[in-house]
Design a protein around this ligand. Structure first.
Ligand code: S3P
Length: 169
């Protein structure tokens, strides 16, 4: 297997990053970490929607950058990122440092809109038209940062994990 210290899952909201990270980590003998959870823990606020509402998106992005930087030297980790991690290039530099491999979970907008479920938990998905604009603008950025691209439409979590492992070998 390619030498890999950290596997970084990127992709649009509701592309399955957290579920894939949780299923993949034990298959690699790695731990799993969610950037969003670390952000909430650092904020002293109860949730992401509340961080956005009370402190605004720039504050959220600053915490996201802090968490990314704290993971620079991490190893044996599968990292589930938030969909906007790619909006600051230094986040990707920090995450990729020390043997990080970036996996883009490529998912159609139709599928993420179906999977998004409770939209109140994702402030940037509250309006579907705005979310589509965001999706279109981010797609080429995810592709640019990806070392590995795995399509997730119509695939189970297990199938996505197997596709990632096959590409890592
Ligand atoms: C965001 C995605 C969310 C969360 C925040 C902002 C984004 O994470 O970090 O709401 O900018 O795309 P998920 O991708 O896990 O939904």
């Amino acid at each position: 297997m390619t030498s890999c210290n950290k596997l970084i899952l990127i992709g649009f909201m509701a592309s399955g990053k957290s579920a894939v990270a949780a299923a993949l980590a034990p298959r690699l003998g790695f731990e799993m970490i969610q950037v969003d959870e670390q952000i909430v823990a650092r904020s002293n606020l109860p949730s992401i929607p509340i961080i956005f509402a009370e402190k605004g998106e720039p504050y959220f992005r600053d915490l996201e950058a802090e968490v990314s930087s704290s993971l620079r030297d991490a190893h044996n980790l599968v990292i589930s990122t938030g969909g906007g991690i790619i909006t600051r290039p230094e986040n990707m530099i920090n995450l990729k440092d020390n043997g990080g491999i970036v996996v883009y979970l490529r998912t159609s907008f139709e599928t993420v809109a179906e999977r998004a479920g409770d939209l109140s938990s994702r402030p940037l998905f509250a309006n579907k038209a705005n979310a589509l604009d965001l999706y279109k603008s981010r797609l080429p950025i995810y592709e640019r940062y990806a070392d590995i691209i795995v399509d997730t439409d119509g695939r189970s979590i297990d199938e996505v994990c197997s596709a990632i492992l096959a590409q890592l070998r």
